[in-house]
Design a protein around this ligand. Structure first.
Ligand SMILES: Cc1ncc(COP(=O)(O)O)c(C=O)c1O
Length: 465
């Protein structure tokens, strides 16, 4: 019989496997404690997330002061809950949202929940990697569609590419639209000059996944109101809908502990982290078999800046694929990456990383290193699907399951995506084309687990009747 989840986790936690993935606490807490001992409900003296006036409100206000936000809310249903609330708060059913096509599936969920239409901004490619969103693209989309009042983009991307948020925000505001930035992967950027500036300085609502790059428990984050243009009461109503009515005090205490760390030790720790990243990036940059996405990406494909904390490593394909590299790092060096694709791996770092942990990555790459021809191979470029009906109508209406071979020309009724990164290959309401089906087949041939396929052999697609 398989061992239980708790037993398996304890065993793994005691092993020497090193996390190059989230959560950002890197399994090294600040102090040990018994979680049962602090797991309470809303009892006298411990405040209420949904009407915060005491200890929880203090934590929110301290986070707002740290980031320079007008108001910050603790998130315990992940960034997902915050994105759902932000989209609902800034729109009415039937509105159109200008969104980057490389948004996370949470944004698509928000469009379904709030019954919104979409106008897409398509990121460009920098080699095999998806880039950023150019301000000019936002400007022309808003000029062509003056009825659009809400814009949402992801920055940094999963690969750490940051768009020119300052300019994009200024365009949005000039044209009377509000900007939501899904900065799920950038909660750390505010704390060191070696990272790009946070969108909190420019946008209207900014989402942070504290658990992704800061020492905080999985599922936790911040929603920041970053301007005076947001109706707080409306946002709070939606947060009450999309966040659990039983928020975990363990998760909220973890966020408060993270805030204390940033207040008291942030400056010093981030300075050391910056130095360590510089060293590590320098060492990886010397490898002949691996290319590290670095400063040369700035200015290309809508990429304004890059987050140094993300190590995007492209093995030279004459030697091995990204899947093979991740497999070797796991098997031979006990290093677990955040993500692997055919062309690259992503190793996520955080302020909690140790010199030993990241050093192990450098020596593993050095041991595998040899002169190898760089073969430039574009990732199966994401298709540019066309919407033919609203996401909500397609997702909630009558649907049937058809084989991949028969799906061409039909309208998708569900999201199909690889996770990570959770960017849909096709979304509900979009036409299923031969090109999309080819990409789905390619993933399946590579044994990649795609979400949104049905049936025992995962060869059925849900389409609108
Ligand atoms: C860019 C982006 N946005 C939003 C989310 C959702 O965050 P969470 O898992 O905290 O709900 C993710 C998750 O990986 C993400 O990568």
């Amino acid at each position: 019989m398989r061992k239980g989840l708790f037993e398996a986790l304890k065993e793994y936690g005691d092993s020497d496997h090193y996390p190059l993935h989230m959560p950002g606490h890197k399994r090294r807490g600040f102090e040990s404690f018994n979680p049962y001992n602090i797991d309470i409900t809303e009892i006298e003296g411990f405040d209420d997330l949904h009407d915060a006036k005491g200890l929880i409100r203090d934590a929110e206000d301290r986070a707002a002061a740290l980031y320079g936000a007008r108001r910050t809310y603790l998130l315990v249903n992940g960034v997902t809950g915050g994105i759902l609330a932000a989209l609902s708060a800034l729109t009415c059913p039937g509105d159109t949202v200008l969104m980057a096509r490389n948004c996370h599936r949470a944004v698509y969920g928000g469009l379904i929940a709030a019954d919104l239409k979409t106008c897409y901004l398509y990121p460009e490619y920098a080699g095999c990697l998806m880039g950023g969103i150019r301000p000019e693209a936002v400007s022309s989309a808003l000029s062509e569609n003056p009825h659009i009042k809400t814009v949402i983009i992801t920055s940094p991307t999963y690969e750490g590419f940051v768009s020119d948020i300052r300019e994009i925000a200024s365009i949005c505001h000039e044209k009377g639209a509000l900007l939501i930035v899904d900065e799920a992967h950038g909660a750390h950027m505010h704390f060191s000059g070696c990272f790009p500036a946070s969108a909190v300085e420019y946008a209207d609502i900014v989402l942070h996944g504290a658990h992704k790059t800061l020492p905080a428990f999985t599922q936790t984050g911040f929603l920041h109101i970053a301007s005076d243009r947001v109706d707080r009461g409306r946002l709070e109503s939606f947060l009450r809908i999309y966040q659990t009515s039983s928020p975990s005090y363990i998760l909220m205490a973890g966020l408060e502990r993270c805030i204390s760390f940033l207040e008291n030790e942030g400056k010093e720790s981030f300075a050391e982290y910056g130095k360590l990243l510089e060293e590590i990036r320098g060492e990886i940059g010397k490898c002949r078999a691996f290319t590290l996405a670095d400063n040369e990406y700035k200015g290309k494909a809508g990429i304004y800046d890059i987050d140094w904390g993300k190590l995007v490593i492209m093995p030279h394909l004459s030697l091995m694929t990204g899947y093979e590299l991740a497999g070797r790092l796991r098997e031979d060096y006990h290093l677990e990456c955040e993500m692997a694709d055919r062309t690259h791996i992503i190793a996520m770092t955080s302020v909690m990383d140790t010199k030993e942990g990241l050093g192990r990555l450098v020596s593993a790459l050095n041991q595998m290193d040899k002169p190898a021809e760089y073969i430039s191979e574009g990732m199966h470029k994401f298709p540019l699907p066309k919407s033919v009906m609203t996401m909500r109508a397609a997702f909630t209406g009558k649907a049937e399951y058809v084989g991949i071979e028969e799906a061409s020309g039909r309208t998708a009724a569900d999201l199909i995506y690889a996770y990570p990164p959770g960017i849909p290959l096709v979304a509900p309401g979009e036409a299923v084309t031969d090109q999309i089906l080819d990409v789905i087949r390619e993933y399946r041939d590579q044994d990649q687990d795609l979400k949104g396929l049905f049936g025992e052999s995962r060869d059925l697609i849900k389409v609108v009747i």
